[in-house]
Ligand binder design. Sequence first.
Ligand SMILES: C[C@@](CO)(OP(=O)(O)O)[C@H](O)COP(=O)(O)OP(=O)(O)OC[C@H]1O[C@@H](n2ccc(N)nc2=O)[C@H](O)[C@@H]1O
Ligand SMILES: Nc1ncnc2c1ncn2[C@@H]1O[C@H](COP(=O)(O)OP(=O)(O)O)[C@@H](O)[C@H]1O
Length: 280
Amino acid sequence: MTDWLTGCPAPAKLNTFLHVVGRREDGYHLLQSHFRLIDWSDTLDFARRDDGLIRRTHELPGVPESADLTLRAARLLQERLGTPYGVDLTLHKVLPAGAGLGGGSSDAATTLIALNRLWNGGLSRAQLMELGLQLGADVPFFLFGEDAFVEGIGERLTPYPGPERWFVVLWPGIHVPTAQVFASPRLTRNTPIGTIASLAATPLRNDLEPVVRALFPEVDAALEWLARHAGMARMSGSGSCVFAEFAEPSEAERIAAQVPSGWQAKVARTLHRHPLHDWL
Ligand SMILES: C[C@@](CO)(OP(=O)(O)O)[C@H](O)COP(=O)(O)OP(=O)(O)OC[C@H]1O[C@@H](n2ccc(N)nc2=O)[C@H](O)[C@@H]1O
Ligand SMILES: Nc1ncnc2c1ncn2[C@@H]1O[C@H](COP(=O)(O)OP(=O)(O)O)[C@@H](O)[C@H]1O
């Protein structure tokens, strides 16, 4: 049994569309969405400890240890397995947080996958997905590990592979609090439920976009700029990142090169599978 794992990737996702189709009794919203993995990632290192302690060696601005999704994931798995092992973990943060890319959720998913291996946990993909849902609605998707049609609050997943694409992902430099977006009285919560086939024939839309545009002028400006230069633009998840989609990398690079200074642009490509897919 190996006692460390380094350079474990935690890739981001984009929502090519997102419909809010209802609300659960507990206030959580029911969604239908196409989640795609992209090759823009955080990375994590893990060193097993024999004394049961779980420690981080990184700092995350604004995120205390008690809220860090990597530590929360490690503690949850340790408890579930009843293992005597602990870990020193290090997150190399690249992805903007609170940006609709699911970075924190992906960090949590990679932690569960890596520690399940490092601690010889033996949990299946389905068991880890169930555990991951306790950490956040996006976590099961990253454990599923491939493009998916996502329903419920994020726990019902059907494989939904999309074509190879390149995206210009534009980060307007702000963090959007997901809970504030879902709490807005402006949010429409009654988009008709579709099937994969019917939705494939429907124009792509993110129901959270009008709410975020109205609350955060930076997101509105980024969407406007991208629509003008790329001919299309949508927001991912609850923002703040917006993106345009291309069939060729050269076109994406051309648009990214024109992005005004002050905004961060990244050209990202679709991933066929999560890089750690075969670890489960
Ligand atoms: C909207 C989406 C779509 O991909 O993405 P992000 O922009 O966050 O990546 C997700 O469903 C977000 O998932 P995630 O970021 O894991 O959300 P959570 O931490 O579970 O929830 C944060 C808060 O948002 C609200 N929430 C979240 C998900 C959901 N389906 N309905 C909700 O009402 C709840 O108030 C919850 O307390
Ligand atoms: N490891 C982590 N990386 C990023 N954010 C984290 C992490 N742990 C906790 N958080 C908290 O989760 C929030 C949402 O993070 P993230 O998943 O990146 O955004 P989003 O849900 O918009 O995609 C952050 O604003 C931060 O407070």
